[in-house]
Ligand binder design. Sequence first.
Ligand code: AMP
Length: 145
Amino acid sequence: MRISDILRVKGERVVTVAPGADVTELLGVLAEHKIGAVIVSSDGGRVEGIVSERDIVRALAARGAAVLSEPVTAIATTQVRSVSRDAALVDVERLMTEWRFRHVPVVEDGRLQGVVSIGDVVKFRIDELEHERTSLAEYITGERA
Ligand code: AMP
């Protein structure tokens, strides 16, 4: 299984935020799209950072409400780990587990192609297991569900 299999199902739409946006605008973007992280990008294609709800929580705990008027770049992670479309799903699961993050941008030729979240990965694995279970049941009983 490859990352491209997930993107094919979930689509390639990616939500980005400009580096100059402030944290209050970021909150609006996360709430509007019902997502937990957003890619920081000036042009919607080049990944300049990633900022997740955890970054907001940490910054609020450390510096209080003043954070809300800071630019997203003040709290974003700039050393972003990305994967290519042909990355094996199992390697991306390992990456997320090892580095303890729940989002990975998919980048090809320096351009953003999608974002895969831990929720996408879990959904994909559950669908896969259900498919296997049905196939095995059919094989054993000789009946189609
Ligand atoms: P998350 O679990 O994705 O909400 O993110 C946890 C922390 O890891 C936050 O500080 C994020 O900015 C950072 N982070 C999330 N995704 C990535 C990534 N692909 N590469 C590097 N850091 C990330």
